[in-house]
Design a protein around this ligand. Sequence first.
Ligand code: NAD
Length: 636
Amino acid sequence: MKLLVTGAAGFIGANFVYYWLEKYPKDEIRIIDSLTYAGNIENLTPIKNKIKFFEADINDNKAVAEAIAGVDVVINFAAESHVDRAIFDPSSYWHTNVHGTLTLLEEAKRAGIGRFHHVSTDEVYGELQLGSKDKFTEKTAYSPRPDNLYALSKAEADKIVMDFYHNNDMFVTISNCSNNYGPFQFPEKFIPIIVANLIDGIKVPLHGDGRNERDWIHTKDHASAIDLILQKGKSGETYLVGSDNDRSNAYIAEKIVDLYGADQSEIRHVPDRHSNDRRYAIDATKIIEELGWKPIIGRDNFDEGLEETIKWYKDNQEWWRPLLKRRASITDNNKTLSAFISLDRETGKTKFAFGKVEKTKQKLEKNSGHHLKKHFVEQNLVRYEIVVKNLESKIWYKNTDNDIKKKVKALGLNPATFGYLEDLASREDKINGDKILRLAKVEHANPEFGVYGIASWFEVENHDKEKRMEGYYSWGWGPKSGAKILALIRRKGEITHFAFRREQKFPTGTIEYNLAGGFPKLNESVLDFIIRSMNKDLGLSVSKRDISISEIISLGRMSPDTGMTNNKPNIYAVIVDLDDEKYKDVQKGDKFEEDIGIVLWPISEMADIVNKCDDAYFLAALARFKLSGVVDIKLQ
Ligand code: NAD
């Protein structure tokens, strides 16, 4: 058999190729990999005579056409999987994960390839509650966490793969797998970094409270599952792959420290990562029962799997040491600034160092826009029709004036505001138990918000037939879900103040303490957005060079405020080193109570604000920041 494997210079792809050649030594393997920051040609050195390697981007139609000619099967591992990178450069996710998959499918179709297998992730299903016994199955609805660009782009890619099954009659299969461990994993990832730090006597970083759970599977078990899907899987089917091995991050860290023979005091709690989902767990019944898959290492032999993995990293230090020094150069969305990313071993997070734009990097997205636009418009139209049908079945919508209906539908046809229509259609027909009679008014928030913020005014009626108006606000969602920022000012290495606004709050109209933030513009990275908000909302004079990613602390997401729907903003604490010059126009502390405006408040007096403030976002941000343990704050 002839196989084309994409992304096989990366972690799982390389392990898959080793597995395959051991089991089917006569097969011909071709590999396409563009050798990004995560790709490493050394992974394939021992088998270099047994493979044909094409160093190319999967978006390169010509290279893909050459590599794909005459193969029986395509297996797509290539992906941008580095979550921290999305903070700076969100477009790379769309480039590889979405558009790259589309290019591969188009070329596979053109070449008449018999089977296309797409390797996906359980993150497309979103996160599960900690403490629940729930597991993802093939029937679980896709619900990628809106601030996890990796998950969002993989979900979009899965949909495109299924489109080629439905509309082009292609033989496609998808596997959605849980977290992998094994050899060749880039040392910035959780398990290798624990081992590498233990070897070098650096404390093991454990993010957040350590209770987040992942369902760990050995790469050999993942490879055997894909092998079986290639043999017996049915076209158009998705198979969830996991070895019933959900464990908390704290368990993994403690276990590895234990197996390594080190002391538990080697573990150090550090603030949480950006977009750190709480829990994933997989129910793999379908692949077990329909295809007869059985993990060999699985849960029962997890200790052995871990031991073998620890040994591999101990024995292959010449493999991972150079990778730890690797600095990837990337550019931001506006192509105005480039950054080098590398690993901070103490915190287990990505470090960014900023520099000038490298001209050569700018060519990357030559012709990606066109296909994407075409594809998304077609998909939106199908979704649009379903949503409009749902809306039109509602009595209050039938009673709504035609000009408002027209306005609503126009908003739905615009991909940027389509979410508003979805939000309206999925609303309950009551507000606080009172019946909605009609949609009376639709108002846009200030267009400077870029994505959308739309207020819907409903006429409602209570049991006594009294009528009143109720306003609801819908926000844009997805990667553009709102974000709130707790800005902390550090001087001479010590956090001394936090910055906030005191202003009239929508929709209540009361004067409140308010965090900076709102909505990123289309194509604005989280980092750019944070900087814009700090400058605009807080009157500080902050540049990219003032913020390092390890000082953006993710404090999780918040459920909507009263009167708001749809979005769950992300809350970040951002620490900036600023001298007096950069906030000279901002009021400092104590006399702000009657005033409206920007305030810098001493961190030592945080308790004062807590006792006076009613704003849920503000209080949640303070409480969660306190829990992060970055500074010791007194709240009483
Ligand atoms: P990885 O980052 O280690 O490897 C990805 C590889 O793809 C790299 O070699 C990189 O150079 C290559 N690549 C990236 N962009 C490319 C492009 N445009 N063209 C060609 N090659 C490109 O990732 P991984 O952890 O091995 O993941 C492989 C696949 O498995 C991904 O699709 C991922 O979504 C999926 N997956 C991973 C996990 C996990 O735990 N790591 C779990 C479930 C699913």
